[in-house]
Design a protein around this ligand. Structure first.
Ligand code: BJW
Length: 248
């Protein structure tokens, strides 16, 4: 698919817009993506650090991995792509509708001022008990656990990062809200995602069934590029401020 030339999108102030973001939107903030050259999965075996089985086998290793990423996120700031999406939300605030579904666990959209955010793969800066029956609720947590995995003060089970690993179900309420919003939107935008991780990779198909414009901004053509009606190849921090200049 050939890349389009970035021009302001014709989004009306009473439109309903759903945006899906992935790791590429935070790349210009200095946070490594997963599957690009030099990405996270080149340095770590995903089976060992991002599955429940990997955590059961070696919780210390998993906490070292997440502690390093916590420290990295705390050193980084939102970039022009995060800020352009926050501006789009403000543009629609009075008469339109907006939902940002992010696969990112870094909290940068919220720090840039986005309000209607579904962090559908969880949050890097939250910790919860690995025992689903334990009454301890997830807590905001910026600490590092490089010297050993922490235990739950209530039940003694391992504490874990509050993120969604491979083979785990996403929060059903967030999934429901995302799918409902997409089935009722006028515009669907995807930014910085390789389109391989389900269920989010399939969300564009819901928008396709509704026949609405489906805009993609990505450095490389991703796996599901053909499901989109426009593709802007480039850096999110450079392309989004042009596409959304009417809101800035
Ligand atoms: C730029 C840029 C710049 C770079 N500007 N762009 C259906 C079919 C096949 C498999 C499945 C299926 N349904 C479910 C599955 C299993 C599995 C899955 O999808 N597997 C596939 C990989 C094969 N899914 C799951 O297990 C999910 N659970 C689930 O579905 O439960 C039910 C179920 C289970 C089992 C079987 C069937 C049903 C859970 C998925 C959880 C993913 N978790 C992670 C880790 C989260 C915590 C953490 O951060 O550590 O989420 S994995 C990782 O991938 C992370 C990301 O959110 C996610 C997506 O990655 P993303 O964001 O797309 O990043 P990249 O690096 O892949 O791509 C970045 C892109 O940006 C690139 O394209 C660049 O070009 C671009 N880019 N710089 C713009 N400046």
């Amino acid at each position: 698919m050939i890349s389009d030339t970035p021009r302001p999108l014709n989004i009306a102030p009473d439109a309903s817009v759903v945006v899906v973001t992935g790791a590429g939107v935070s790349a210009e903030s200095g946070i490594a993506t997963f599957r690009d050259k030099g990405g996270v999965w080149e340095q770590y075996d995903l089976e060992r650090v991002a599955t429940p089985e990997g955590f059961a086998a070696d919780p210390d290793l998993v906490w070292r991995f997440y502690s390093e990423r916590r420290e990295q996120v705390l050193r980084c700031d939102p970039n022009p792509a995060h800020r352009a999406l926050a501006a789009l939300e403000r543009f629609l605030q009075a008469r339109g509708r907006f939902l940002l579904v992010t696969q990112n666990v870094d909290g940068l959209h919220q720090r840039a001022g986005s309000r209607e955010v579904l962090p559908i793969h969880g949050s890097l800066l939250r910790t919860r008990c690995s025992n689903d029956g334990c009454p301890t609720r997830p807590v905001d947590d910026e600490r590092s656990y490089k010297n050993g995995a922490p235990r739950c003060p209530e039940c003694g089970s391992w504490l874990r990062p509050d993120v969604v690993w491979f083979g785990e179900y996403l929060d059903p309420e967030m999934e429901r809200q995302a799918r409902l919003a997409i089935a009722d939107c006028d515009w669907f935008l995807a930014v910085g995602t390789s389109g391989v991780v389900h269920p989010v990779a399939g969300y564009v198909e819901i928008a396709a069934d509704m026949g609405v414009p489906r805009v993609l901004v990505n450095l490389e053509p991703p796996a599901n590029v053909r499901a989109f009606t426009s593709f802007y190849q480039g850096k999110a921090g450079e392309v989004l401020p042009v596409l959304l200049s009417f809101a800035l």
